[in-house]
Design a protein around this ligand. Structure first.
Ligand SMILES: Cc1cc2nc3c(=O)[nH]c(=O)nc-3n(C[C@H](O)[C@H](O)[C@H](O)COP(=O)(O)O)c2cc1C
Length: 190
């Protein structure tokens, strides 16, 4: 693939939601490559302020039960709980994104560590896309459910959300609604 083809492929990445993801998901070697890409994101101080926790196969049933219980705690009825459980079951692979921000770091403030987490997610999703997979970063109120957070995080860590991954069953809707280069790029001084 030429540099131009690689760039065009990157420019074609759009998120693909869980309901449009089917088997197969990335295998172990592909997942490791995607994490290698995530590790190439900028990381001031090389603190590695994140961990990815892969959930696949039978483990999805346990995550689905957690999601359903959280939905009930949030006051949802059984239909709502079933929809939340389905979000855990549908994608072939889900990767929980856990941030471990060192709030007392002498050189690297928290916002720089959060920027690193974002870069890791972007590189991971881009690598998934280049390998032919679809994916979407998702959060929602359940990241703040204490039992879900405790299931994924050690004390002091923050559950940012989950990346749903699989083979896209259809082309993503894109392009997105957000502004383009004319808004994102400015000259300084104006
Ligand atoms: C930390 C984080 C959490 C997100 N949570 C959600 C979410 O819960 N639901 C959702 O529809 N999109 C969520 N998004 C946005 C989508 O992942 C996606 O970026 C957005 O729909 C734009 O689509 P695009 O990636 O195709 O440009 C989240 C993004 C980030 C970075």
């Amino acid at each position: 693939m030429s540099a131009d083809e690689a760039l065009q492929a990157l420019l074609g990445r759009y998120s693909v939601g869980p309901k449009h993801l089917v088997e197969p998901g990335p295998d172990e070697a592909q997942l490791r490559l995607m994490v290698e890409a995530a590790l190439r994101g900028p990381d001031h101080g090389e603190l590695l302020p994140w961990r990815f926790k892969a959930v696949s196969g039978e483990a999805r049933l346990r995550m689905a039960a957690l999601f359903a219980a959280a939905a009930r705690r949030a006051g949802k009825d059984e239909a709502g709980a079933a929809i939340d459980a389905e979000r855990a079951l549908r994608p072939p692979l889900t990767v929980a994104v856990v941030a471990r921000i060192d709030l007392g770091h002498p050189q690297v403030p928290a916002h720089e560590q959060w920027a690193c987490v974002g870069g890791a997610i972007a590189n991971f999703l881009n690598a998934a896309h280049l390998l032919g997979f679809g994916g979407k970063m998702l959060s929602g109120a359940k990241v703040r459910d204490p039992e879900i957070a405790a299931a994924f995080c050690a004390p002091g860590e923050t559950l940012l959300g989950w990346i749903a991954l699989g083979t896209p069953a259809r082309r993503p809707a894109g392009p997105s609604r957000k502004g383009g280069v004319e808004q994102a790029l400015q000259r300084w001084p104006a």
